[in-house]
Each structure stands twice: as C-alpha cells, then as structure tokens.
Design a protein around this ligand. Sequence first.
Ligand code: ZN
Length: 77
Amino acid sequence: MFTKNNTQQQPEEKHCYYCANNCNVDWQDTQVLQRFFSHYARIVPRRSTGLCAKHQRAASRAIKRARIMGLMPFVKQ
Ligand SMILES: [Zn+2]
C-alpha cells in the first residue's frame, strides 16, 4: 500500500557551490566566501553550507587566509 517510488534512480543535483559551478576556491573572492560565513563572522559547518568535504576544507582554509590578509573579519564588529 505505502510503497515508495524510489525505483527510478536519477542523478542527484550537486549542492556544493564549487562542484556545481566547476570552479576552484579563491581566498581573494570574498563575495563567494561570504556565503559560508555566519552573521557573527564564523565559518558555517558543512551541514549548513551544503559543500562537499573537499571544498568545505578548502573554503575554511580560504576564509582563514582572507582573515590574516585583512579581507574578512575575525569577530563581529
Ligand atoms: Zn565540492
């Protein structure tokens, strides 16, 4: 009676921003990195950003690099 119609397997949409757009993480591109940055200037976890493991790691590294270079804040002003 309650059968799930999961027989047809369709390719899943890519939720990762970098995989979907097929581009690399750039620490100078703060416009994009802002997406993975919370209101309190914290790096958002992967379950919220939707990034894949590889790009989440790269994005967090990029944000840390941008912070040191003065492009992004460490704490909320
Ligand atoms: Zn990815």
